[in-house]
Design a protein around this ligand. Structure first.
Ligand code: HEM
Length: 444
């Protein structure tokens, strides 16, 4: 059986010059059109096989870890999350830590974490703001309430927010290949990580000594126990797990909030539909307290967020490694043999725009997810309908924070849209920032 077709490229550097000049997303789209749903891109010694569409993604998302692994593909996160957590540890321990996350992020826990209106007190009557910056700040405040704990919120919010900023800022294209290269950004990242360790170790120790129990996720992590031997989480693990959650949830939620707001500002019909729902649910009810139950009823807003995320996924692709060779049949009918060890990619930037699943895929059309249409559930995805909408991933590594993310985003957008009339200052609709960050470019 032949290997997947390969994109043409110069000797050694392969497709790298095209990626650098036109961007990875454009190259993936172009090769998908030219070579079909299964193809390989190569540069220097690295070969990545792309699998586009539900028909050839089943093995990628659903095969057992012994056949398709996630280990080693996100090593860039190890110096950010720290030792003893995430991709620095064996699968069994990571599964245990994900069990802690699942418990912390389950709907019953989230109910208590809907942030009160006090967070929005700083918004003025009118003015010009950079929505990206404002939403980042707001989400950090929400995280300080739900995740990081009152010690941080009351005494060291500014320091911790700035340390997280340095930690995230240490992620550049070069980090993907050389995460430990002593660049200024990596040095700042490492200093920030060490300082966060000091801060959280002190907080955890103080809580343990005083016997005080708080209602936040930090407490959940302190109280978590490994099923294998009943041991408690260490202070270093607790810091690492907090950082991992913030990393997974902060920029992602912020990016989606801003793209959704941008889409609504520029498409008045959909904004009107959202406002009608808000009025029905909140304003007519005379209530100001948006609680968890009310958020769950915001179906129109939900669909707008989901649609913005389809058009603007937070990452260009998710990655895996083939631990064993396998055969894949492309949508076009050809069968290919993928060797063991091959890096695999599911490009979300293409998967969300497939015309046989999504009608007029480049249009912002939230109603495509409404009952009756549900394009992601019916349509072209056939038997693999859970693979038609991949913005939160799928299978065993699917996003664990989806419910939490929708909750945060809805709280912010609901308040923003019912309290302010928004207008875009720039003349054109923003592009995504770059290959690593799918945030809108420039001030918004
Ligand atoms: C709109 C916001 C978000 C988006 C679009 C998003 C997207 C994703 C995607 C695509 C994956 C799969 C990665 C892969 O398959 O390699 C993922 C995994 C994950 N997400 Fe999210 N995420 C969001 C918010 C959050 C939040 C708020 C949290 C927690 C507070 C969170 C926690 C996680 C975790 C723990 C995983 C890893 C699951 C695993 O490897 O088993 N995410 N997310």
């Amino acid at each position: 059986m032949p290997p997947p077709p390969e994109a043409k490229g110069a000797p050694l550097v392969g497709v790298l010059p095209s990626v650098l000049s036109r961007g990875l997303e454009a190259v993936i789209r172009e090769q998908h059109k030219e070579l079909g749903s299964v193809f390989t891109l190569r540069w220097f010694g690295l070969a990545v096989t792309f699998l586009v569409g539900p028909e050839c993604s089943d093995h990628f998302f659903h095969a057992p870890e012994s056949e398709i692994g996630i280990d080693g593909v996100y090593d860039v996160t190890v110096p950010i999350f720290g030792k003893g957590v995430g991709y620095d540890i064996d699968l069994d321990t990571r599964n245990e830590q994900h069990r802690f996350f699942a418990k912390m992020l389950r709907p019953a826990k989230l109910r208590g974490h809907v942030p009160p209106m006090e967070y929005f007190g700083k918004w003025a009557e009118s003015g010009v703001v950079d929505l990206k910056e404002e939403v980042d700040h707001l989400l950090m405040l929400i995280a300080s309430r739900c995740l990081l704990g009152k010690e941080v919120r009351e005494n060291m919010y500014d320091e911790v927010a700035s340390l997280f900023h340095d930690l995230m800022g240490g992620l550049h294209l070069i980090s993907m290949f050389f995460p430990y290269l002593p660049t200024p950004g990596h040095r700042r990242r490492d200093r920030a990580r060490d300082r966060l360790d000091e801060i959280f170790s002190r907080i955890v120790k103080a809580r343990k000594v005083s016997g005080r129990v708080e209602d936040d996720m930090l407490q959940d992590l302190i109280d978590s126990r490994y099923g294998s031997d009943g041991r408690a989480t260490t202070d270093t693990e607790i810091t690492g797990l907090l950082v991992a959650l913030l990393f997974a949830g902060h920029h992602t939620s912020s990016t989606v909030t801003v793209w959704t707001a941008l889409r609504l500002i520029t498409q008045p019909d959909h904004l009107r539909a959202v406002m009608a729902e808000q009025e029905r649910l909140i304003l007519m009810d005379g209530g100001v307290n948006v609680d968890y139950g009310l958020l769950l009823q915001m179906d129109v807003l939900h669909r707008c967020i989901k649609e913005a995320l389809r058009l603007h996924p937070v990452t260009q692709m998710v990655l895996r490694r083939a631990r064993k060779g396998f055969t894949v049949r492309g949508k076009e009918g050809g069968e290919y043999s993928v060797p063991a060890g091959r890096l695999l990619a599911s490009p979300l930037v293409v998967n969300g725009l497939l015309p046989d699943i999504y009608k007029d895929p480049h249009m912002f059309d939230p109603d495509r997810f409404a009952p009756g249409r549900a394009e992601d559930k019916a349509g072209g995805a056939g038997a693999c309908s859970d693979l038609a909408y991949l913005s939160f991933g799928a299978g065993k590594h699917a996003c664990m924070g989806e419910g939490y993310a929708y909750q945060q985003i809805k709280v912010i957008l609901s308040h923003l849209l019912t309290t302010f009339e928004l207008k875009l200052e720039t003349s054109s609709f923003p592009e995504p920032e770059n290959m690593l960050s799918m945030r809108p470019k420039g001030k918004v």
